[in-house]
Design a protein around this ligand. Structure first.
Ligand SMILES: NC(=O)c1ccc[n+]([C@@H]2O[C@H](COP(=O)([O-])OP(=O)(O)OC[C@H]3O[C@@H](n4cnc5c(N)ncnc54)[C@H](O)[C@@H]3O)[C@@H](O)[C@H]2O)c1
Length: 347
């Protein structure tokens, strides 16, 4: 049976799957003509004019001011709410108005326009870039690719030039390529971790890989900390009602290797990635600790991929098959939400 034909999709979701990413290390920018004369740059308002900006909270690199993009979307509101609750001054940026009034400031901006991006990021200490077209097939492929890659590049380029030290970028499990492959691409092994090859062939997944590569390159300039989270299937609290439609059928949700991640758990990971130091530039999967099924993980593999025998680690119960171990280890992050705590059979 071809699992790809059996999958049900939840409206508005990115349902897919991942690659290998080298950890980039900073290379001193001594050969960079734009950067070479750091000492000469004392009068350069763009980077060194802290004293000139002291009276202007928007431009002074306020340690609490964070820009979050995509705040009118599915994931953005939960991330923005978490940062606000943790005491940050959040500037929400999207090209359409937010549905909820969460952020202290909201800006309408098209992030494919570099000028608008520079203006929106001005004065921030960090940026969490979530805005994107969240899967292929909504727009034509070149529009999806161009929007997502140019927006991510503009954010990181502007952040670097404005002296912002920390950035988080929403990547996707789609970097691995399982979800939107024409060739029924299957995992090489389980659980799928960040070492698994990134084999996306669609405009959305390729765009996510391109943004991760842009992050590596921009990090090499001055060492800006950039964490790309390969998000699993994003679930907001009202969406737990959908689970009853798939939890007993192993062929449903297979394209995202039965993973999911609560938007509130993404929010806490984003905050940790902004608050922690010394992370460099890296890629991390984010998933809940358990699978999204009422079937044990080993039984899911047996039912759908009986020939995949490279199973790494213990699989005794309902453990996620989309490894979240790296984010837990490097961020000290722990997902707090499981569908099992929310599920209501009658709901
Ligand atoms: N939803 C999922 O299951 C899922 C899974 C993996 C990764 N992701 C990623 O997570 C992020 C958030 O996804 P989502 O589900 O909230 O998507 P969404 O479509 O609900 O929200 C994305 C927001 O980005 C905005 N946006 C898009 N292009 C823009 C541009 N050029 N300028 C300004 N704003 C722009 C849209 O207006 C929208 O409000 C995306 O990067 C997506 O690729 C989502």
């Amino acid at each position: 049976m071809n699992p790809q034909k059996e999958v049900n999709w939840v409206k508005g979701q990115d349902l897919p799957a991942g690659a290998d990413s080298e950890k980039a290390s900073a290379i001193p920018g001594s050969g960079d003509p734009k950067r070479a004369g750091e000492t000469k740059r004392a009068g350069d308002a763009k980077r060194a004019g802290e004293t000139k900006r002291a009276g202007d909270p928007k431009r002074a690199g306020d340690p609490n001011r964070i820009v979050i993009t995509g705040t009118a979307g599915l994931l953005g509101p939960d991330v923005a709410r978490h940062f606000v609750e943790c005491g940050y001054h959040v500037v929400g940026v999207d090209r359409v108005p937010p549905k909820e009034n969460i952020c202290q400031e909201n800006l309408l901006a098209d992030l494919t326009d570099a000028g608008q991006v520079y203006s929106a990021l001005s004065g921030a200490m960090g940026v969490v870039h979530l805005a994107a077209l969240p899967r292929p097939g909504i727009y034509t492929s070149h529009v999806t690719f161009a929007n997502n890659v140019v927006a991510a590049y503009n954010i990181l380029e502007a952040a670097d030039n404005l002296g912002i030290k920390k950035a988080v970028v929403a990547s996707s499990e789609c970097a691995y390529g399982f979800c939107f492959s024409r060739h029924h691409l299957r995992p090489v092994y389980f659980p799928v971790d960040e070492e698994h090859p990134a084999l996306a062939e669609d405009c959305y997944g390729i765009g996510k890989i391109a943004a991760e590569k842009a992050a590596e390159g921009i990090h090499r300039r001055h060492g800006m900390q950039i964490i790309s989270f390969r998000l699993g299937n994003v679930i907001t609290e009202p969406m737990y009602g959908h689970f009853k439609g798939w939890i007993h059928d192993p062929f449903k949700r297979v394209l995202n290797v039965w993973n999911y991640i609560d938007a509130r758990d993404i929010a806490s990971a984003c905050r940790l990635a902004i608050e922690k130091d010394g992370l460099g530039c890296d890629v991390m999967n984010l998933a809940a600790d358990d699978n999204c099924m009422d079937i044990k993980s080993r039984d899911l593999i047996r039912a759908v991929f009986p020939d995949i025998t490279d199973i790494r680690g213990e699989l005794a119960g309902y453990e996620t098959l989309y490894s979240n171990a790296k984010a837990k280890k490097l961020l000290g992050w722990q997902p707090a939400h499981s569908w099992r705590d929310h599920y209501c059979p009658a709901g």
